[in-house]
Design a protein around this ligand. Structure first.
Ligand SMILES: [Fe+2]
Length: 88
C-alpha cells in the first residue's frame, strides 16, 4: 500500500526532529504536511474501488508533486537545521 512507506518514513523523521529539538513551530508545520499526505492517500485508497474514483494518473501526479515539494522545501529545511547543529 502506498501509505506504508510514508507512515514509516514520517514516524522516523518526526522522532529525529524531536530528538534534535527541532523548533516546535517548524515541527508542527512539518507534521501537518505529513498528516495531510496520509489523509489524501487514505482517501485515494478508500475510493479506489468506488465508481468515479480518482484516475491513477492523477494519483501519480499528486504523489510526484507532494514528495518533490515536501523534500525540496520542508525536509530540506530540517536538513539545514541538522547541519547547523552539527557544525556548531
Ligand atoms: Fe517530512
Amino acid at each position: 500500500m502506498i501509505t506504508d512507506y510514508g507512515l514509516e518514513h514520517f514516524k522516523t523523521e518526526e522522532r529525529l526532529m524531536m530528538d534534535m529539538h527541532y523548533p516546535k513551530a517548524y515541527f508542527d508545520l512539518h507534521q501537518a504536511e505529513h498528516k495531510n499526505y496520509i489523509f489524501e492517500v487514505a482517501m485515494f485508497n478508500t475510493n479506489f474501488m468506488q465508481p468515479g474514483h480518482t484516475e491513477p494518473k492523477e494519483v501519480i501526479n499528486f504523489l510526484k508533486s507532494w514528495w518533490s515539494s515536501h523534500i525540496l522545501r520542508s525536509d530540506m529545511h530540517f536538513s539545514l537545521f541538522i547541519r547547523k547543529i552539527l557544525s556548531s
